[in-house]
Design a protein around this ligand. Structure first.
Ligand code: 2HA
Ligand code: ZN
Length: 272
């Protein structure tokens, strides 16, 4: 089966197209990476070219040595992925040292992986260690309402978590570990990758102030769903603030009751 017909590619095309339709990926905004399973890595072996040079990632991700990632391309438009796969996405392999990558498939005509590769791979590295390899997806989107809130709320993860939990009862169940916030930084390098991955140690959602949001998840559906849930909650908060603010809300005790009945553990730091 050709790579383009493989299930994980079909899923990636559907997920990226859905994300485009959501309005989270204007122009070349946002980027998505997926770590292939062992089976998928074996399935692609007859179709890839390993005989290509390695290039530096710019950060070190030792525990991802020899892993394969499906990645969106730098400067490429998410909306075009379902039209022309090989021009817009590629598969990269990480070397033995975790310091270099090579493009083994796709990203034709000299295209390069996303400019946010350091933030993606460092976040993958943290999640790989933390979830015993369960998390496979990092998604960076320019989710409109979350970005808007970074101009209004204090840039504090506890405040973002509590405010967004209050906007939809499912939120503490979907993201019980809360949200981290990176202050405005220059995107695309090792420094913002370090700051993002540090917050990924505690959270599955990390907001980049005045820029966008990173979500980590086990598979493409769950990661899309996480982005969708937190952005929906942000949309409700934008509407509530636009209507003059909350007049009643979910209380700390309500959250404790919810956590008990849904069997999720949520930190008291969010329940003051
Ligand atoms: O243009 O989203 O953060 C891609 C980006 C950079
Ligand atoms: Zn971005």
């Amino acid at each position: 089966m050709a790579i383009a017909d493989m299930h994980f590619i079909k899923e990636f095309q559907k997920m990226t197209n859905d994300a485009w339709l959501k309005g989270w990926h204007e122009r070349n905004g946002g980027n998505i990476t997926y770590r292939l399973t062992k089976d998928e890595s074996l399935c692609i072996s007859g179709f890839i070219d390993e005989n290509v040079p390695y290039k530096p990632i710019g950060v070190t991700v030792k525990n991802l040595a020899n892993e394969y990632f499906l990645v969106t391309g730098s400067g490429k438009f998410i909306r075009n992925i379902s039209l022309d796969l090989e021009a817009n996405v590629g598969i990269v392999k990480i070397d033995e040292t975790g310091e270099n990558y090579k493009i083994v498939w796709g990203l034709i005509n000299g295209a390069r992986p996303t400019s946010e590769l350091p933030s993606h791979l460092m976040s993958h590295s943290v999640k790989y260690a933390q979830t015993n390899g369960k998390h496979r997806v990092i998604m960076h989107s320019h989710a409109t309402n979350l970005i808007a809130l970074t101009f209004i709320l204090p840039l504090d993860g506890v405040v973002f978590t509590r405010e967004l939990w209050e906007m939809a009862t499912e939120c503490p169940v979907v993201f019980p570990s809360g949200i981290g916030v990176v202050p405005w930084m220059v995107p695309g390098g090792a420094e913002i990758a370090e700051a993002t991955s540090e917050l990924m140690k505690k959270h599955d959602i990390v907001i980049w102030a005045h820029h966008g949001v990173f979500c980590s998840g086990e598979d493409l559906d769950l990661t899309f769903g996480l982005m969708d849930t937190v952005e929906k909650s942000a949309e409700i908060l934008v509407k509530v603030l636009s209507m003059g603010g909350k007049r009643q809300t979910i209380t700390s005790q309500n959250f404790r009751d919810l956590a008990r009945d849904f069997n999720v553990s949520i930190s008291e730091e969010y329940l003051k």
